[in-house]
Design a protein around this ligand. Structure first.
Ligand SMILES: *[C@@H]1O[C@H](CO)[C@@H](O)[C@H](O)[C@H]1NC(C)=O
Ligand SMILES: *[C@@H]1O[C@H](CO)[C@@H](O)[C@H](O)[C@H]1NC(C)=O
Ligand SMILES: *[C@@H]1O[C@H](CO)[C@@H](O)[C@H](O)[C@H]1NC(C)=O
Ligand SMILES: *[C@@H]1O[C@H](CO)[C@@H](O)[C@H](O)[C@H]1NC(C)=O
Ligand SMILES: *[C@@H]1O[C@H](CO)[C@@H](O)[C@H](O)[C@H]1NC(C)=O
Ligand SMILES: *[C@@H]1O[C@H](CO)[C@@H](O)[C@H](O)[C@H]1NC(C)=O
Ligand SMILES: *[C@@H]1O[C@H](CO)[C@@H](O)[C@H](O)[C@H]1NC(C)=O
Ligand SMILES: *[C@@H]1O[C@H](CO)[C@@H](O)[C@H](O)[C@H]1NC(C)=O
Ligand SMILES: [Ca+2]
Length: 536
């Protein structure tokens, strides 16, 4: 991407150096720390388009050592205390070409990593864009050990502090309050978006909540459960990565790819994929890696089963079939899943010796009862956010390898019950798009580029409401034009410079994308139909 941007830098160079540049002068004259109580300034700089910013102090585990900035921005960073034993690192990238809009960006995993790529994305589309480290640095939760204030920052306080500070500084720089405020986040960031709609309904007018990590305590337990199911690498009947990627994934496709009428490696609706691993059980005489032992069949069935407690109450829905190739990198890798392991060790039990192999239903109950920092994020109503005119656009990849995509329909249905809402009532403010062939937040065999942010996930499609979730949200909030579908784009080799491979219109739940015949690479060959239709 960077090499496309460098010519832009040259184009803007004369402006940036001109003494008549009032935007630059106003930026450098601002004293952001004077407007945010108790804050300390770490950065104030004017950044011309095309600059490759480096972050030498950024925690190495965040893997974000540099970021190319594609528009002229005024960059400021502050350290803002949130208690006498916690603080957030805050960044604002305020663009010269401001649309009047404000954008807050979210985080991921259990990390404290500013998504510089989303700051670059938002500011290049004219949003005054802010981000934070969510109260800690790096990708482990060890920072939360014996410090509930850091957990509270992570659960909700960092985001809210970031928004109030960001709006204040936006107004100071431009001498005008933002016209509308938006949020963009995926995974943990999706959870942050729903949380803020629940507890700070006035912070944003529109929220993009991708692949949201909802019902967080139970999600952590659901993920912890895979290690006891698979056992460690090399244990008896351990299923190897190769077996998951080839044998099992190929059988999933064999049984379920064609249910939507098109053999394309994409399972359009995994809720109807009732995968039977028995189909690949080894004959009694055979012991081989190209079939499963009866015990391995049981393991696979367990992996694809909903998670229930002793009373038969659902803890978390099943993993959807189709995600094996990437799920094996973490959830089925035969090692504790680090986010869950950290959470139990440092947050739930404050015991770094907690044993992930012994994870059981008592741990599930302990995490849910403690609900550290009120992180749960499982509202049954968002009535206040709705009544003030707020809009939420949610999406979830249907081959998600980290958070089962079956949990987001569960959330949608929960809101319907809790708000006594019909689908068309919910459509007024909450729309959920199932993105077929998308892994966790990005990538995958499907038409997965939808403007969701991230390193490459905005490139090549433009800022148009039909193809870009953030642009769709803006059009919905500001013009009342609600998105019916989101056109996803698959680039050749996932490289926008190589052209489009195909596009597909993703439907809003509960509608299902249904093949109508003709060239399946063309969006017009599909239709969004109610479930109960052709392949119910
Ligand atoms: C930006 O700078 C970093 C550090 O010098 C370098 O590793 C990276 O490749 C650069 N990025 C681009 C796009 O030039
Ligand atoms: C600022 O610091 C003072 C003294 O350390 C403290 O009393 C006050 O609560 C802090 N204010 C905020 C908003 O953090
Ligand atoms: C996080 O890292 C930044 C540097 O990127 C540093 O200024 C800040 O103090 C660190 N915060 C914590 C809580 O360690
Ligand atoms: C920090 O604040 C808490 C109250 O929020 C107080 O109980 C505690 O004594 C304070 N600690 C220090 C070191 O000031
Ligand atoms: C089959 O493999 C298991 C271990 O994977 C081993 O314990 C067993 O002896 C093998 N059986 C035969 C018949 O080779
Ligand atoms: C961890 O739990 C497993 C399963 O209960 C047990 O076999 C193992 O001995 C435990 N390890 C330690 C270090 O306690
Ligand atoms: C809103 O609609 C007007 C008129 O059709 C159009 O010019 C404008 O670009 C739209 N704005 C957004 C954000 O979609
Ligand atoms: C189907 O449409 C795609 C995308 O436009 C095109 O590249 C491909 O050639 C078409 N295939 C057929 C068989 O027409
Ligand atoms: Ca298919």
């Amino acid at each position: 991407m960077a090499f496309i941007l460098w010519p832009l830098a040259l184009a803007f160079l004369p402006l940036a150096t001109a003494s008549s540049d009032s935007f630059r002068a106003n930026c450098l004259a601002l004293r952001p720390e004077s407007y945010i109580q108790n804050s300390t300034r770490t950065v104030l700089e004017y950044v011309p388009a095309g600059t490759n910013l480096t972050f030498p102090d950024n925690d190495a585990t965040c893997s974000r050592a540099s970021q190319v900035v594609s528009s002229d921005v005024c960059r400021m960073a502050l350290s803002i205390p949130t208690s006498n034993r916690s603080s957030i690192t805050f960044e604002a990238w305020l663009p010269r070409d401001w649309t009047g809009r404000f954008l807050g960006t979210g985080n991921g995993g259990i990390d404290g990593c500013i998504k510089y790529e989303d700051l670059a994305y938002g500011s290049s589309e004219g949003f005054a864009t802010v981000g934070s480290n969510n109260g800690h640095n790096g990708t482990t939760a060890i920072t939360m050990l014996n410090n509930l204030d850091v957990t509270i920052d992570f659960a909700w306080r960092s985001l809210h502090t970031m928004v109030t500070s960001g709006k204040t500084l936006t107004k100071k720089l431009y001498k005008k309050s933002p016209s509308k405020s938006y949020y963009l986040g995926c995974s943990l960031g999706g959870r942050q978006g729903i949380k803020t709609a629940e507890v700070f309904p006035n912070d944003f007018d529109g929220i993009v909540a991708g692949s949201p990590a909802l019902d967080f305590n139970n999600l952590i337990s659901w993920r912890a459960r895979f290690f006891p199911i698979t056992g460690p690498i090399g244990s008896s009947d351990f299923i190897t990565a190769d077996q998951w990627k080839n044998l099992i994934h190929n059988e999933v496709l064999k049984q379920c790819d064609g249910l939507d009428g098109v053999l394309d490696g994409i399972i359009e609706d995994p809720t109807i994929c009732d995968f039977r691993p028995e189909a690949i059980v080894c004959p009694s005489t055979k012991n081989s890696t190209d079939c499963l032992t009866p015990k391995q069949v049981e393991i696979v069935k367990n992996v694809f089963s909903p998670f229930y407690d002793e009373d038969g109450k659902l803890i978390y829905p099943a993993m959807q079939p189709g995600s094996e190739v990437y799920a094996v990198q973490k959830l089925y890798a035969g090692a504790p899943f680090s986010y869950s392991d950290d959470w139990f060790k440092y947050v739930v039990y404050s015991n770094p010796n907690w044993n992930a192999s012994a994870f059981n239903l008592k741990d599930v109950a302990a995490a849910e009862a403690l609900n550290p920092g009120d992180i749960r994020t499982w509202p049954h109503s968002l009535a206040t956010f709705k009544s003030k005119g707020g809009k939420i656009l949610s999406f979830h990849g249907q081959q998600d390898n980290q958070i089962t995509s079956f949990n987001t329909p569960r959330f949608y249905d929960r809101l319907m019950r809790g708000m006594h809402a019909s689908t068309s009532d919910l459509d007024e403010f909450f729309r959920f798009f199932r993105i077929s062939g998308m892994f966790h937040c990005n990538s995958g065999p499907g038409a997965w580029v939808v403007g969701q942010g991230g390193a490459d996930a905005a490139a090549g499609i433009g800022f148009t409401p039909d193809k870009n979730v953030l642009a769709a949200l803006v059009a919905w909030v500001e013009n009342g034009t609600a998105p019916d579908t989101i056109k996803g784009t698959k680039f050749v080799n996932d490289d926008p410079t190589q052209g489009i491979s195909f596009q597909r219109d993703h439907c809003r739940y509960p509608l299902r994308n249904t093949y109508q015949g003709g060239n399946s690479s063309l969006p017009a060959s599909w239709a969004c139909l109610p479930v109960g239709g052709e392949y119910a």
